[in-house]
Design a protein around this ligand. Structure first.
Ligand SMILES: Nc1nc2c(ncn2[C@@H]2O[C@H](COP(=O)(O)OP(=O)(O)OP(=O)(O)O)[C@@H](O)[C@H]2O)c(=O)[nH]1
Ligand SMILES: [Zn+2]
Length: 208
């Protein structure tokens, strides 16, 4: 585990330096080619360090690829709480895998702990989002992965994940529609089966 990836899991800076796990030289070479491709001079003063900077930035932005998201949810607590827990407005910054441009917005996550009442730390929900978002993604898969991992690791009675994001590939290029937000949701367990529980969860998410 390298420094950047370790920070995503638990904030402790342990593990290998990032240079040993990401091929920075390869990224640098590719960025230099891109600069040449767009007709720039990669050797001019302002751009000379750019390939190396972009390589370091990519190592950070895609650090989630080097983390097993299940590790994030390894700490759980007993709480005997079998009611809904909702964390709203978790910041999401990810990259569409089609254009490698950012999409960003918020995630709302809710779950009903299982019969053993085990809960996880609230920050772990945000860490889970980070680990899964710092990869080439599509919003639908990111949403599904969040819900499925929570189901697998916490064995809750139900899970809901809702993401609202704006995609830079729609805003800055192509159709050039800024401000359009894409909403995706994934519902599991009792929240999928029971309309009343789902309506309660979604109303907390909408009106929080
Ligand atoms: N479903 C989904 N589509 C996405 C996501 N991020 C980007 N896209 C879309 O991926 C599609 C790729 O379509 P293509 O036709 O292969 O690529 P393109 O010619 O660059 O498409 P335009 O963006 O329409 O110019 C586009 O419609 C993007 O809006 C995402 O998270 N989910
Ligand atoms: Zn895109």
């Amino acid at each position: 585990m390298d420094f950047l990836a370790a920070r995503l899991i638990n904030g402790r800076l342990t593990g290998q330096p990032v240079e040993q796990v990401v091929d920075l030289a390869r990224i640098e070479k590719a960025v230099r080619e891109i600069l040449l491709g767009i007709g720039e001079d990669p050797d001019r003063d302002g751009l000379r360090e750019t390939p190396a900077r972009v390589a370091r930035a990519y190592a950070e932005l895609f650090a989630g690829l080097r983390v097993d998201p299940a590790q994030v949810l390894s700490t759980t607590f007993e709480a005997n709480h079998e009611e809904l827990v909702v964390v709203r407005d978790i910041d999401v910054m990810s990259f569409c895998e089609h254009h490698l441009l950012p999409f960003h917005g918020v995630a709302h996550i809710g779950y009903i702990p299982g019969p053993d009442g085990r809960i996880t730390g609230l920050s772990k929900l945000a860490r889970l989002v980070e680990v899964l978002a710092r990869r080439p993604q599509v919003q639908e898969r990111l949403t599904t992965q969040i819900a499925d991992l929570l189901m697998a690791k916490l064995a809750p009675r139900g899970v809901v994940a809702v993401l609202e994001c704006e995609h830079m590939c729609m805003a800055m290029r192509g159709i050039q529609k800024s401000g359009a937000r894409t909403i995706t949701s994934a519902v599991r367990g009792v929240l999928q089966r029971d309309a009343k529980s789902r309506a309660e969860a979604l109303s907390l998410i909408r009106h929080g």
